[in-house]
Design a protein around this ligand. Structure first.
Ligand code: SAM
Length: 323
């Protein structure tokens, strides 16, 4: 699966959590429902992307499970027969939806979870629901979505003391935990009451996390079959863990991701602020699969020459493009 192109489809910018680093508590302008791509329009873009050489699809958000009838979209995407069909979620609704998603053709899920302590969960996400997420993870495993991966953003002074606990959690439950470096997104602005603006003091380098794990669990062995952006290792127990290091060791060269934002813009990078307006192409120009595929081929060509520049250029509204 390594080195095959992936389209990450953000189906909504709405989310039922408000993680302090990701989405401001208030003052966010959300995409009007009529400006979201319909499932039929998303299917057209995905079909065109596959014509242009994309082999893998991932559904994300905002929170993809809050968009009504998400199983219908998964079914449409599964019919395109991609090499992989995955979904990234906060896990709150997985308990109710895992079996239906599996039946619709979803292969696997990644669940974002930054802490294993209920009180801290409520501080980080500004919402309740910790137990629902644990139930959701179990439901995903029961439904046969496999592998289930956990994304954990590590923040100094917030959850960097839980690294070993996360590793054990993954070992016990057969989950691949991936530790992610904190990026400067719009949740982290001076008005953020909990953390304030992004600053080096909050940031924990992937190397440091790795060091803690080696100290506690012994040497790590590089694992084959990683997806190009995560560096994945085996522990002695055989469990897999990963590191995603967009800040300390950007993975631009291995990156085969295209992103479709909630408002229908195709982006070649998290640093691509403009993107290509697919909604306009589909609605105003009535473009079909053939024309959309030509736009996507152009984007893939541009991606080869793309240089991401400084961190200031990062698209700060991660909840619109899905991380
Ligand atoms: N709602 C879904 C979820 O919770 O996974 C999908 C969207 S969420 C924006 C996707 C991923 O982006 C999550 O794993 C989240 O932790 C990550 N993310 C958001 N802001 C981030 C930041 N500033 N640095 C690193 N990762 C971030």
């Amino acid at each position: 699966m390594r080195d095959s192109k992936v389209l990450r489809i953000s189906v909504t910018d709405r989310c039922d959590l408000r993680c302090v680093y990701c989405m401001p508590e208030s003052g966010v302008t959300l995409v009007r429902p009529s400006d979201l791509l319909t499932y039929e329009e998303i299917e057209t873009v995905a079909r065109a992307a596959m014509t242009a050489g994309v082999r893998r699809l991932r559904v994300t958000g905002g929170e993809p499970l809050v968009r009504r009838g998400i199983e219908t979209l998964v079914e449409k995407l599964a019919r395109l027969n991609p090499d992989d069909l995955a979904l990234t979620t906060n896990g709150l609704h997985l308990g109710e939806k895992a079996a239906a998603l599996k039946a619709a053709g979803l292969r696997r899920v990644t669940v974002s979870l930054d802490t294993l302590r209920r009180d801290k969960f409520e501080t980080i996400t500004r919402r309740t629901g910790f137990d629902l997420i644990l139930e959701g993870i179990e439901a995903a495993q029961r439904a046969g979505l496999s592998p289930v991966k956990i994304n954990t953003v590590v923040i100094r002074g917030v959850n960097d003391d839980e690294v070993a606990e996360f590793v054990r959690f993954g070992e016990r439950r057969g989950l691949e935990v991936r530790f992610i470096e904190l990026m400067p997104t719009s949740g982290l602005n001076p008005e953020c009451k909990e953390l304030g603006a992004w600053r080096p003091a909050l940031f924990v380098k992937g190397e440091e996390i790795r060091g803690k794990i080696v100290e506690a669990f012994g040497t790590l062995e590089a694992a084959p079959g990683a997806d190009g952006v995560a560096k994945v290792y085996h522990l002695k127990s055989g469990a897999r863990i990963g590191f995603i290091t967009p800040i300390s060791d950007p993975f631009c060269r291995g990156c085969e991701r295209l992103r479709l934002s909630a408002d229908g813009r195709l982006k070649i990078c998290l640093f691509d602020k403009e993107g290509i307006d697919m909604k306009n192409a589909l609605r105003a120009r009535r473009a079909g699969v053939h024309e959309i595929a030509a736009l996507i081929r152009g984007a893939l060509k541009d991606k080869k020459k793309w240089e991401r520049g400084s961190l200031d250029g990062l698209s700060s509204e991660m909840f619109k493009i899905g991380g």
